[in-house]
Design a binder for this molecule. Structure first.
Ligand SMILES: [Zn+2]
Length: 294
């Protein structure tokens, strides 16, 4: 009952799941430099309204909630070979380990729930002097507000500590498996995009953001997937070209220097630096010109 489950995400997309009773679970996308993002699913109360102002509270197993978040319990997952209905193909994976939630954390969590239930917002309606509107103001005592903040901070602190421990339990093989699932689906999506592109032109609108994201993740270039690139003007001819190239395809300029330096050069220096072959012979000519002037 007090075991948590770990869900990892190896893609940069955030996935959220709501089931109506136990709330919304968000698996964040991984950040740059991270192997994976992680959601620790803790025991969570499900509050059900059974009518006549009565409520019941269930504590479903975190393993059940976690399976639901990853989509392993969906009809599509159950009835289709290879669990295609689950979110595993998008880089989510339910890890094997079931770490025990520290008693301290459970106690802090239960204390917070009990206190919040005992102290619901205490409000009063007032006429707002400035606008004349009837407004609700919370008039709970300051001590109650402070206690709510303190209890919440304690839960957060213990939870972060626990999550750090959970991260160590994620197996390398699990991250690898999640990456393979994601790459397999990405390859399928790119192939699907290609097929649509090759078909009737009207159908091309069916290539959507999901295809394009898959294409970008695999580092593929496709006519149907525009990859924004920063361009800069060739200092020689002004054509817009890709950054970090060594020559300009239009005028043949060679970029030997730091791009910022070209702006500081005289036209002659720039020409000699950009087109060394063309001006190789003219160095003495330049020298003579100088001699004539002086
Ligand atoms: Zn150029």
């Amino acid at each position: 009952m007090s075991q948590a489950k770990i869900i990892i995400n190896v893609s940069e997309e955030t996935h959220s799941h709501s089931n109506g009773l136990s709330g919304t679970f968000v698996v964040l996308g991984k950040k740059a430099g991270e192997d994976c993002a992680m959601l620790v699913v803790m025991p969570t109360p499900e509050i059900q309204d059974i009518g006549d102002q009565r409520k019941t509270v269930h504590w479903p197993k975190p393993s059940l909630i976690a399976r639901d978040v990853v989509g392993l319990t969906s009809d599509a997952a159950a009835h289709t070979a290879g669990s295609t209905g689950s979110k595993e193909k998008w880089g989510l994976l339910l890890c094997e380990s079931e770490p025990d939630v520290p008693k301290e954390l459970l106690a802090a969590y239960e204390e917070e729930i009990a206190f919040l239930n005992d102290n619901p917002p205490d409000h009063k309606t007032r006429q707002d002097k400035a606008t004349g509107a009837r407004v609700m103001v919370n008039v709970e005592p300051v001590e109650v507000t402070e206690k709510k903040i303190a209890l919440s901070a304690r839960v957060q602190e213990l939870k972060q500590k626990f999550e750090k421990e959970c991260r160590k339990l994620v197996q390398k093989s699990e991250i690898q498996k999640a990456k393979e699932n994601l790459a397999r689906e990405d390859a399928r999506l790119v192939a699907e995009g290609d097929t649509i592109w090759a078909g009737p032109e009207a159908g091309r609108a069916n290539i959507n953001e999901i295809h394009k994201r898959a294409c970008r993740r695999l580092g593929q270039e496709r006519p149907w997937c525009y990859v924004p690139q920063s361009l800069w003007a060739c200092p020689g001819c002004g054509t817009m070209i890709k950054e970090n190239v060594i020559t300009c395809g239009h005028c043949g300029a060679i970029f030997d220097e730091d791009p910022a330096l070209y702006a500081k050069m005289t036209p002659k220096q720039k020409a000699m630096s950009l087109y060394p072959e063309r001006y190789a012979e003219s160095v003495p000519v330049g020298g003579q010109g100088k001699a004539k002037q002086s």
